[in-house]
Design a protein around this ligand. Sequence first.
Ligand SMILES: Cc1ncc(COP(=O)(O)O)c(C=O)c1O
Length: 380
Amino acid sequence: MGFNTVAVHGGFKDESKGAVNYPVYLSSTFVQPDTEHEGEYCYTRGNNPTRASVERQVADIEGAKYALATSSGMAATSLVFELLNKGDKVLINDNVYGGTWRFVSNLFEKRGLEYEVVNDLNAYDFSKVDSSVKMVFVETPSNPLLEVTDIRRVVTEAHKKNILVVVDNTFMTAYLQKPLDLGADIVEYSATKYYAGHSDLLAGLVVLNDEEIYKRLKFISNTLGGILDPFDAFLLQRGIKTLGVRMDRHLENTIKIAEYLEGNDAVEEVFYPGLKGHGGYELQKTQAKGAGAVLSFKLNTKDYDLHTFVEKLHIFDFAVSLGGVESLICRPATMTHESYAKELQEKIGITPNLLRLSIGIEDVEDLIEDLDNAFKQSKK
Ligand SMILES: Cc1ncc(COP(=O)(O)O)c(C=O)c1O
């Protein structure tokens, strides 16, 4: 069956009443069969039918055995990091979501964990790592500079050393990229973004095939409690039904905008792996069906005023986040990636004139006109 059919029909069927949408089970607790046995559902922190339904739907679109739905993308990342033990080390690519960086750089030390920031995992020499390295955490394309990491290479090299490969696939979704099929061990998401798709909820997902790791994660999630609530699980399930059609439109709009920006005098550089001139263009095509709908660019601030440019936009909202139907613009240096030290920002290229766009599903002519007007009005 095709992706959209699975997305629309995935999850549980409502056998009792025949509702085409699986109901929201707003119940914290469930009646148990007898004093000796536990029913399928006992307490919502551990399991809830609506959450289980969206977890089934996600596992199905990913072609995976298991999925866990969490209260946010960061809850998914935290859950995955709970697999680590004192003394373990993580390799992490150098431009990841700012919240992931905040976790690693602020909370690892007191947990007795270590990390190594890797500038380019495509060139990284895995033969030199010692046995403390237990996980490699990859976000590809990266955030906000859209660098592409070769998932197959990382998997091959990491597995030689028994290192777990985790991919944050938020920018791609299973519609465009399936890291588990490329050999990764765990895929995680901020489902707040494309999966939910409408900027109206926070959610996270952890997807995997390994039963033993799944059981550990399920135990930890029930223990820590960062689970997705039933109502948001319902909304997430609804969002996923239209993921494929939304992504098609997101992609169609994004390439047109990337090409428009590339030829523009107001723009110093465009970062989008769907453009032929991008260093990761060919690699991206080997591991994903599209380049996604997030792109960044450096404004030519010698001739254009950044604050006026942002102020004069009327369709693009100035806000963090991405993956919703509406187009957004943000400034990573002071917003999504403000947790990076200034020197690190500079080193990896998160400059003050870098702007990140999340391209929505509006009419692309209107989006280009909005950018065009704002460029004209911000010319010094
Ligand atoms: C790539 C990526 N991973 C993880 C997260 C964290 O997700 P959440 O905001 O749902 O906690 C985000 C949020 O922006 C993100 O962009």
